[in-house]
Write a protein of this length. Sequence first.
Length: 244
Amino acid sequence: MRLHSTALFAVIVLATLAAACERTPRIDQTTTAVTPLDNATSASVRIRPGAGEVVVRGGEIGDLMKGTFRFNRRHFEPRVDVLKVGDRARLVIERRRSRTIFLGPIRSTWDIQLTNRVPLDLDFDLGAGEAELDLRGLNLRSLAVDMGVGKLTLDLTGTREGRLEASIDGGIGEATVYLPTEVGVRVRVDGGLGSIRADGFVKTGKVFTNPAGEKSGSVAIDLEIDGGIGSVSLRLRDSRSASF
């Protein structure tokens, strides 16, 4: 009797797991989304793809955000939520949550453009995959990147108004950060990094400063890198150079 009950329980568990699995890829789909600026004078933007490829860039657009999203599983279609409080917009773009166990190939690509017309506070929770964040020219007030697992390419060159406080946390993989030569840059590195390359920077303990920062004593970009990233490459580049 006990053996029969155990076998029945195992059958139920296996049936439940089978029902939760999505065995066959869905047909590739593409959706677009536009978030109007709606007279907002500043905005916070949080992007949480979960997995896949993400490309984010700035531009001279009248909307807060324009996005194109490609995916082959319905659970990878993003949810776009915006809330306006006074003259400030709060935008969240994130993958829908799912308890489904995915079998087979997974494809998810997000291509997002943000406006450079208003000051932005950006928060990226990248998950697993590859991210190219070309943030040149954006009016950034703050930046936080949770790297996750994979590859990150981040461009913070370009003209800048005011001081930028930025951070890169956690992650296992590879991060390449492009920083400007024209303004002062300071990078503090903490945590268990596998390796760091910072050609052209002056190293003092855990702090790396570019020549402009050493000469002027002022800092326009203050970046903190913390966590177990496999490798980090800090690269100085003239803001007129092409990205990536």
